[in-house]
Structures are given as structure tokens and as C-alpha cells.
Design a protein around this ligand. Sequence first.
Ligand SMILES: Cc1cc2nc3c(=O)[nH]c(=O)nc-3n(C[C@H](O)[C@H](O)[C@H](O)COP(=O)(O)OP(=O)(O)OC[C@H]3O[C@@H](n4cnc5c(N)ncnc54)[C@H](O)[C@@H]3O)c2cc1C
Length: 533
Amino acid sequence: MEAESYDFIIVGAGSAGSVLANRLTEKSQWRVLLVEAGPKSHPYSRIPASFGLLIDHPTANWRYSSQPEEGTANRRIPVPRGKLLGGSSSINGLVFVRGQQLDYDTWGQLGNRGWSYDDVLPTFKKMEHYEHGSNELRSQGGPLRVSEATDEGPLYDAIREAANELGIPHNPDYNGASQEGIVRTQTTISNGVRMSTARCYLKPIEKRKNLRIETGAHTQRVIIEGSKCTGIEYKSNGKLVRANASKEVIICTGGVASPQLMELSGIGQPDLLKSHGIEVRHELTGVGEHLRDHINAPIKFHMKRGDLSYNKRMQGLGPAWQVLRYVFQKRGFMSLPSAPMLAFLRTRDDMETPDVQMHIVPYAVKNYKKRLLHDFPGITMAVYQLRPESLGSIHIQSPLASEQPAINFNFLSDQIDRDAMLGGVKKIRQIMDTEAMKKVRGDEFLPGREVESDDEILNYIRNTAETAYHPIGTCRMGQGPGAVVDDRLRVHGLSGLRIADGSIMPTMVSGNTNAACIMIGEKASDMIKQDNS
Ligand SMILES: Cc1cc2nc3c(=O)[nH]c(=O)nc-3n(C[C@H](O)[C@H](O)[C@H](O)COP(=O)(O)OP(=O)(O)OC[C@H]3O[C@@H](n4cnc5c(N)ncnc54)[C@H](O)[C@@H]3O)c2cc1C
């Protein structure tokens, strides 16, 4: 086995890992290795529409799937995760949502010092370049370009009118003071190009002499000697390579792969590790527990005219026209994020802040994996509950890194979640029943208005809903027996090992998770610099 030596080793070049690679190599005296299992890039990735093309791609995507569960009709739900530089930020739906103040204040209230809203706001500001300028909550000058979705047309006009009809106030910035409203999506797209962390954080610094980026390098385990992490073992071109870290290893492999890597390394629940023949290096019962994700229910509608959605416009010569529009104007279907408009709403008037989010998608798909569009004009309104209570788990099923872990979401097991999802579907129907929407929409064709009672709606959700691709919490930050890392992201009971990615979130943030993962990468970098100064 070859041995290499660095100060820091970052495992996983995703949303958070790429940030760490950039920020840690700002210190020219530190030698940093960034290890990524996937390839350097994929030609589709820079185009926003690649969201649909890479959702089940064999090389740029890990293509996990969940275990069959009664609560979701014993289906295996696809769990895509990016497998290339930029990680999931290189294949995601490009929607940019920070979440609510409440989310981070909850993290603080749980005892995580440095993570309440006032603490994380400067980091959110540091990381972004927001096209509409700076104020006390938003900023320019950061690496990540954030711009509003550019798609325009009569569908969006009707939705804005519907919001007026329902008395939903206009909100110019849902990442600002308040999240509530039916809003134009802020995206990680700039001039028609995907702003992944590979592009914004790695590309500008890839030539730094103190950074080595190793792609196609699948980390098999982190090495624990006594109570210290001293390095990693990764597989590259069929060879096992050992790399030593004199200061720290930082695991950034994401909500699914981080608990898997911890368990493969002998860190976790002793009985589970032993049952797979893995020597227990360090007991931490919270590893792989506390999984949360957004279960996402699509409601689909016919539209009255072809110009109201992309379904008709993508037939015949449509795709060729869309390619030309993209090449010359950076507009049209290929420049779309997963949803050009969002809604953040409260399902009950007595709530303080929104509890559901809708993605308003200007087309209707008939095949999830192939992303085939229906041949009639249609749109999709997909809803999820912002802060789910149901807790699942992710654990290894084998001592081999090449085998997928078992993902058990346990979706809809909590009554609060069932109520919120029902409330969300009813809100969609309320929006679609406004005079403004009645002028443009045809019938609801999925599930259809005959699906009316709470039991029927819930049954529909159990049988059809997918995830919104936001698995978090499996290496949770906090104190006490269930926590995996402390509030400086150090693994409890070990030295030289941190985790910095979506897996550390103690509770779900109210929205899509990329922004929060990048923030976690930025904050982890600051902490590592402070702790190693
Ligand atoms: C299809 C899809 C659509 C999404 N849409 C949105 C959206 O529109 N907006 C939004 O905010 N969020 C979205 N998300 C979620 C968001 O992108 C993720 O929450 C975020 O990117 C996760 O960041 P991370 O750093 O935790 O992990 P990731 O970005 O997933 O990075 C983990 C990295 O580690 C690598 N890796 C894993 N295991 C190993 C190993 N053993 N050895 C070496 N490398 C390894 C992976 O290949 C990957 O590059 C979406 C996600 C997906 C998958």
C-alpha cells in the first residue's frame, strides 16, 4: 500500500467538501488532500436542465434507493446523490433557499453554540453574490452566484394573480426577513450556467500548490488509532491507497454516505458493527440514526393552452428551438431550475411561519427516471412539509464500501407530518381554485378530484410521493448519547476527525438543503482555522 501525507484530508467534494478545500488551502502552509469517489465533471452538469438528465445517471449519481416500508406502500423510493466534483450541487435542482430564522435558532436552542440565526447569517452573506445587491441580510462578493429564475409567461402571471386573490402578500426576498409567500425562485444559476460548488469554490483554486484533488477515489474507511483519526484508505484504479493526516480528517460525504463511512470505519453501534464483522473502534450509538427527509407529493393539472406549460413546447421541433434559445439567449427549458416559482405557506392560520413548501413546475412528467413529458399541456405542483418530525435511519448492510446502505425513511410516521402534508395538498387545490387559475387550468389529473377524503389523499401520497432529495441528520450535531459531533463538528470522543455536511443538521431546515450545506462547509472551515491557529 502506498502512503501519502497531508495536514488535512477532506473526504467528499460535494457542497460542503468543496468549500472546505477552498478555504483551508487559503493557508498556504497547509497541505490538503480532497478525495472524491466520482469523476471530475459531467458534460451535462453545467446546463441547469441536467437536473432531469442526471437524476438517475449511472456515473454521476450514486442512485441509492430506500428500503420498502409500509408507510410508503412498500415501494423502493429513489435516492439520487451527486457523484462528481461538486457532489449533489452538480446535479441538483438549483433552487436556493436558506431556510427560516427559526431553524437555526432551534439548533442554538438545542445547545449548539454558534449556530443560531445571528451566528450563521454572516456566513450565509459571506458565501453569496446575490444579483439584487447587498443589505443587512443579503450580500455580494461571495463565490456563489445567486440569481432569480428567468422564465416568464402567462402561467407565472396567473399564479401571481392567484396569490393576490388569496391575500398572500408579495415577498420580494424569501431569503430575507420573511420566507412566506408565492415567490420567484432564487437559483444557483448565473447566465444560464449551473453554479455548483465545483464551479464556484474549486475551479478558481484548483491550481493551488497546496491542494491535491484526487477523483475516482472511493474512501473505504477512516483510520482510527487509539482515539485519534490518523488518515484514510481509499480505492483508486483498483489499488488501495493510504493517506495520512497530521492534523485532521474531515468527512463530507453527505447525509447518506457519511454514516456509512463512519460504520465501515468501526464507529457506531457496537452490535450492528459486529454483526457485519467490523471491529468496533469507537462506540457512538447515534451514527446513522435521526434521518429526516422531505417527502414530496406531486399534484398534476391539465392546462388549457400549449403556451402555459413546456409539455407542448417540447414536442416536434420544440427541443431544437429550446437548444437555440439556450445557446443564444440562455433562456427557455434548458435554463430552468427544478421549479421557477415556489410557495412557502402556512397550513394553519395559527402558525408563526410557513410549514409547507411548494415547487411550481411548468410541465408534467410521466416517467420519473426517464423524465418523459406528457404530450398534453400540464403543470406540477409538488408539496412537502418544511420541518418533518418522522425519524428514520441509514445503516450499512455489508462491510463493503461498494454496497449501498439500507435507507429507512419512516416517512409519515408522525401525525404532525401527515397533517401538514394533507394541509399542503388542500392549499394547492385552494390556489388552483382561484379565478385566476381557473382561467388557465384544466382538470387535476393526478390524483384527481375524486381523491377527496383525508384517507384517500394520504393513500395517494403513500403510493406516489418521492423524496425531495434532502436526507440529513444521520451524524447529528449536539450533546448526549444520540449526538455524533459537537458544535465544532468534532466527532465525540475522537480527536482528528470532524464531519461537515448535511448529515450534521440536528433538525431539518425549512427548504432545500444546498445553501445550508454550503454554509456548514464555510463554518467548518472557520472553526478548523481557529482551532489550528
Ligand atoms: C437530485 C437532487 C436535487 C436536489 N435539488 C436541490 C435544490 O434544488 N436545491 C437545494 O438547495 N438542494 C437540492 N438538493 C439537495 C442538495 O443538493 C444537497 O443537500 C447538498 O448538495 C448536500 O451537500 P453535502 O455536502 O452534504 O453532500 P454532497 O453534495 O452529496 O457531497 C458528497 C460528496 O461525497 C462524495 N462521496 C460519497 N462517498 C464517498 C466516499 N466513500 N469516498 C469519496 N467520496 C465520496 C460524493 O460523490 C459527493 O461528491 C438536491 C439533491 C439532489 C440529489
